[in-house]
Structures are given as structure tokens and as C-alpha cells.
Design a protein around this ligand. Structure first.
Ligand SMILES: CC(=O)SCCNC(=O)CCNC(=O)[C@H](O)C(C)(C)COP(=O)(O)OP(=O)(O)OC[C@H]1O[C@@H](n2cnc3c(N)ncnc32)[C@H](O)[C@@H]1OP(=O)(O)O
Ligand SMILES: CC(=O)C(=O)O
Length: 544
């Protein structure tokens, strides 16, 4: 026989470091994002990452609405073992005309094992009459009854008021009546939701300031349809809410929810509040990327605070000031959110960029201004010819090594290469490449096969070099990107290839440019193996 939540509540009672609530809904509203699907195990992993981040509340899903969410709560009750966070179960108020104690979805919330239940309720009069097809009075009763029932069953209750801001504009008195009904029935926090995401910050300020006069503890749940979800959440906090909901990486229905990490970083670093355990924010970038791995959504490079480009500097003028003091072009120290400053080498680089990037890669270029200028000029000329170094650090490092050592690092001399592609009797085309080279004083001629010309060349080159440099056996190509560059002259377009190679531990990117895809790929492949051997400490003919 099931016991009451009083006895079964998991992870109950852990408050965030301050009384301010940081409430994550990645596994519920985040999972409402198009293309995002989480398994039970995915949810377990995400919950642990969120707990490491130190959020106060983790909304695990809607038990009773689908078997997976029900299973997640059952497993969480047995195995999750959160350190900081409290698990919350999400669901709707009872159905119209049904007693809370007889509504199966309310029973599922009660039986979820979660100590907190977050109920979604209607507060916009038109939604009550048209979507719920009931009366305004019955909606108030649905809120009161459900909150009262779950409180009596021993659960803490938060109430999400859907479409609150639109509802307030349509019928202020009714919207405020729903807030009071929830608060009076025992809801700990009433969350004002910008469900359609249409608000602007000054409207949020105005409305929250008015609703705060009810004396009910308020929260904010903002969607990003105007691109203002985080700004609206900040406006709500400044107007008095003490509970912020959001999703890691801004996942969520349509354009997403407020990015929870951006919100907490703003609260801690801009507003000086303490909303996470001390030191947790420095884990934010790692956790944002770890969760992106689980959701299988590549993280946005331009994500505030945690994106790989959040502290990447491309313009020469920026780098020249950064050389004096990084804070001249950064709003915070990236280490505060576990991110790093990066310098991007491109045609927009000046000498300062090259010097700083060189330093990052372990080269001291400051003592030779003429060499620094020469590298800068070479980079600009090569970018004009189609190369791109900002995404190909490994090719840039080989260029620097060449300038410093007087010759490009080299492990083999290529005599010739040739590649043929053939399709017989309408079968899929296959390719065969022949590579002739001298490595370690040995002349090698190797044939490689592949499903395309680049694949065949890669196999042939690798098989040849591996005979002299066994480290090459660990290298494998993990990404291959081709771009046809129209140089504005129509017929003389060139091809650029970026190749990412891994040794199973690290990866590096090289670039090649040529009149055709095979020539460009060959250059990038040769750079990839050369860089890899250098990185593995294998002596080249130029450095020893
Ligand atoms: C704003 C938000 O994002 S809230 C979160 C929304 N999330 C989801 O909808 C995902 C999970 N949902 C589900 O799995 C299903 O919709 C269920 C299990 C909840 C309900 O499924 P069904 O019983 O088949 O109903 P259906 O989805 O067609 O319609 C929703 C019903 O809930 C009612 N409803 C909507 N909001 C509320 C509410 N706040 N309180 C009570 N009932 C509500 C609707 O009026 C409708 O009732 P009806 O069946 O009498 O027409
Ligand atoms: C509750 C919720 O997800 C919303 O109103 O957007």
C-alpha cells in the first residue's frame, strides 16, 4: 500500500544557499523543444549535472502524463540521491468537475515521491472559458482544491500561472484573484508565466510591481519569443520575484525558455546576489556543455557566458587592448563561469593578435617585431587566398613553427600522389589512391582504397607513414568540411577543406586550399599528420 508523500518524499527540504529559488525546468519545458528527446537515463544524468551546478529545484517532468516520466520519478526516488537540489513534479490542476482526490493525474503527482509539486493553472479569463471550457469560478476552485489537497498530502506546492501577463492585461482583477486563490490555499510560490513569450522588460516590471502588492511570494517563467526571456527574468527579479525558472542552454518550447545559466550568472555577477553554493558558477561552462552532449543539441558558440565564442576575440584592435588588460574588452573574467579567453587568428588580426595567439600556443613572438609583422602579413595574404586560421589552430601552429625554426616541420617528402575513382556496371563508385614518399630514409609506395577519393588518399598516406611513425595508427579523421569559395571572379573559385583529426584524446583542425577538393584535402591531410606527430613529441627533421 502506498505511503503518503510525507514518508516518501525524496530530497526534501534542501534549500538553495539563500532563500532565493533557482528552479530548473530543462527536463520538462526544455524537453518540449522540437527535436529534443530525453530517455529516463538521460534525465538521471541531467539531474546530477544540475545538482552539481547547485540549483535549488529540478523539475523532472510530468508523472502520469507518459510512462517515461512516471518511470523517471520512480527511479529518482530510489537512486538519484541529490546533494543540493529538491526534485519537483509538474502537473496541471484537477480537471473541471472532478474532485482532486479522484483525478488520476493528481494521484500521479501525489504518488511521484517528489516533495514539491508545481501545478500549472489558468489565469487568463479567455483561456478558462475557451480552452478549459469552464467558468471563472470553477477555475478558481480547481486551483484552490488541488493546492489544498496536495498540501494536505504533505507536499509543498508551487503554482505556475500560464499566460499570466496576457491574462493580466485582459482582465487584471481575475488574474490577481487567481494569484490570491493559489496563495491562500497554501502555494509557497506563485510563478507568473509569460507562456507566449511576448513580453518586454518594462511591461514585466510594471506588472510584477503591481502583483507584488498581493503579498504572495512570486516567481517568473519567461519564454524567449521576443528574445527577452533573460531580460524579462531580470526585470521580474528587480521588481521583487524571488524564484526564477529557466532551462540550461535556453531549451524549451518554440524559441525556448530563459537560459538558466545566463540568469544565475547575471544574478550573481551583475546583481551581486548569492543564488548558488559558493564556487558552483565556475562549473557552469562544463555543465552547459555536458548537458548539450546529453540532449544531442550542439551548444551555441554564441551562448552568453558559456559559449565557446563568449570570450573569443577576433578584431586586431581588441587584441591590442587585451594585451594590456583583458578586462578592456571583456565584461567579466571568463574563469568565473569556467570559460576561457581565446584569440582568433584571421585577416582581421594585427600584430597583437598574433603575439597573444602565439603565446597561447607556447611561442614567444614578442622579442622579434620583424617576424611578428611577417607572420601577420602571411596570415592576411593566406586568408585572402581562401585559408581560414580561426578554425584551424593546428595549421597556424605549423606556420608559426616554420617562421621560428626557419623551415616547416616535416616528417616525410612526398614524391607524388594519384587518385582514381571508378564505377563499374552502375555499382557505387570506389576510389584508389597511390602515394609515393620518402619517410625516415625509406622510399614507400602505397595503394589505398576508399569510398571516395579523399578517403582513399587518407588511407594511402596513413598506411605509408605508419610504417615509420607508429603513432599515426592512433590518428583518425573525425570531421571533414568543404566550402567552395567564390572569389568574385566566377570561374576561378577555390575550394577550402577543414579536417579535424583525433588521437583518441585530443583533436586538432587543419586547413587546405586548392583549385579542387582533392588538392585542398591533400594539403589539410598532410598538415593533420605533421601536426599530430609534432604534438606527440616526435622529432621532425627541422626540430631535431
Ligand atoms: C504551458 C505549458 O507548457 S504547460 C505543460 C504542457 N505539457 C504538456 O502538455 C505535455 C504533457 N501532456 C500530456 O501528456 C497530455 O496533454 C495530458 C496527459 C496531460 C492530457 O492528455 P489528454 O487527456 O489526452 O488531453 P489533451 O492533451 O487532449 O487535452 C488537455 C486537457 O487538459 C485540460 N487542461 C489544460 N490545461 C489545464 C489546466 N491548467 N488544468 C486542468 N486541465 C487543463 C484541457 O482543457 C484538456 O481537457 P479536455 O480533455 O477535457 O479537452
Ligand atoms: C508553465 C509553462 O511552461 C508556461 O506557462 O510556459
Amino acid at each position: 500500500m502506498p505511503t503518503g508523500p510525507k514518508d516518501r518524499a525524496v530530497n526534501a527540504g534542501h534549500q538553495s544557499v539563500s532563500d532565493f529559488h533557482v528552479y530548473d525546468t530543462t527536463m520538462r519545458d526544455g524537453a518540449q523543444q522540437e527535436g529534443l528527446n530525453l530517455s529516463v537515463q538521460d534525465k538521471m544524468h541531467i539531474a546530477r549535472h544540475l545538482d552539481d551546478l547547485g540549483v535549488g529545484y529540478i523539475e523532472g517532468g510530468w508523472p502520469g502524463s507518459n510512462p517515461k516520466d512516471t518511470e523517471f520519478f520512480a527511479l529518482a526516488a530510489k537512486e538519484l540521491g541529490l546533494k543540493h537540489a529538491t526534485l519537483a513534479a509538474f502537473g496541471a490542476t484537477r480537471r473541471a468537475g472532478v474532485q482532486a482526490s479522484e483525478d488520476p493525474l493528481i494521484q500521479a503527482l501525489r504518488d511521484s515521491g517528489a516533495s514539491v509539486v508545481t501545478l500549472v493553472a489558468k489565469s487568463h479569463d479567455r483561456h478558462v472559458t475557451e480552452a478549459l471550457r469552464t467558468t471563472l469560478e470553477e477555475n478558481l476552485a480547481m486551483v484552490r482544491d488541488t493546492v489544498t489537497y496536495l498540501r494536505e498530502e504533505g507536499q509543498r506546492v508551487f503554482v505556475d500561472l500560464e499566460h499570466f501577463f496576457d491574462g493580466y492585461r485582459a482582465n487584471r482583477d481575475y488574474a490577481l484573484e487567481v494569484v490570491r486563490a493559489a496563495g491562500d490555499a497554501g502555494a509557497e510560490v506563485v510563478i507568473l508565466c509569460d507562456t507566449n513569450g511576448g513580453m518586454l522588460p518594462h511591461w514585466v516590471t510594471e506588472i510584477v510591481t503591481d502583483v507584488a502588492t498581493t503579498g504572495v511570494r512570486l516567481g517568473i517563467h519567461a519564454h524567449n519569443d521576443t528574445g527577452c526571456a533573460v531580460a524579462n527574468s531580470m526585470a521580474a527579479v528587480q521588481a521583487g520575484v524571488t524564484h526564477v525558472q529557466g532551462c540550461v542552454n535556453g531549451y524549451g518550447e518554440r524559441t525556448g525558455n530563459a537560459d538558466l545559466i545566463t540568469c544565475v550568472a547575471n544574478l550573481e555577477l551583475k546583481l551581486g546576489m548569492t543564488v548558488l553554493p559558493e564556487g558552483s558558477l565556475a562549473d557552469a561552462s562544463r555543465i552547459s556543455h555536458a548537458i548539450a552532449e546529453i540532449t544531442n543539441y550542439p551548444p551555441s558558440a554564441r551562448q552568453p557566458y558559456t559559449g565557446v565564442s563568449a570570450f573569443a576575440h577576433k578584431a586586431g584592435l581588441h587584441a591590442s587592448a587585451i594585451r594590456v588588460d583583458p578586462n578592456l574588452y571583456q565584461h567579466i573574467d571568463p574563469a568565473l563561469v569556467g570559460n576561457d579567453m581565446r584569440l582568433l587568428v584571421s585577416e582581421m588580426a594585427g600584430r597583437a593578435t598574433i603575439e597573444l595567439k602565439g603565446k597561447e600556443l607556447g611561442f614567444d613572438l614578442a622579442d622579434d617585431p620583424a617576424r611578428l609583422a611577417r607572420v601577420t602579413d602571411r596570415v592576411k595574404a593566406m586568408e585572402q587566398a581562401g585559408y581560414t586560421f580561426e578554425a584551424a589552430d593546428a595549421s597556424f601552429e605549423l606556420l608559426l613553427a616554420e617562421e621560428i625554426d626557419g623551415a616547416r616541420p616535416s616528417y616525410f617528402d612526398v614524391e607524388s600522389w594519384r587518385v582514381l575513382a571508378e564505377s563499374a556496371r552502375g555499382d557505387d563508385a570506389v576510389a584508389e589512391a597511390t602515394v609515393k614518399l620518402v619517410a625516415g630514409g625509406v622510399r614507400l609506395a602505397v595503394i589505398g582504397e576508399g569510398n571516395g577519393p579523399v578517403n582513399a588518399l587518407d588511407h594511402a598516406l596513413r598506411q605509408a607513414i605508419e610504417q615509420v611513425y607508429p603513432d599515426v595508427a592512433r590518428f583518425h579523421l573525425i570531421d571533414f568540411r568543404v566550402r567552395i569559395l567564390d572569389q568574385g571572379h566566377g570561374t576561378d573559385a577555390v575550394t577550402r577543406v577543414l579536417i579535424e583529426t583525433s588521437d583518441g584524446k585530443d583533436s586538432w583542425v587543419t586547413v587546405g586550399v586548392g583549385a579542387n577538393i582533392i588538392e585542398a584535402s591533400w594539403e589539410a591531410l598532410v598538415d593533420a599528420l605533421t601536426y599530430g606527430l609534432r604534438r606527440h613529441g616526435v622529432a621532425s627533421r627541422t626540430n631535431g
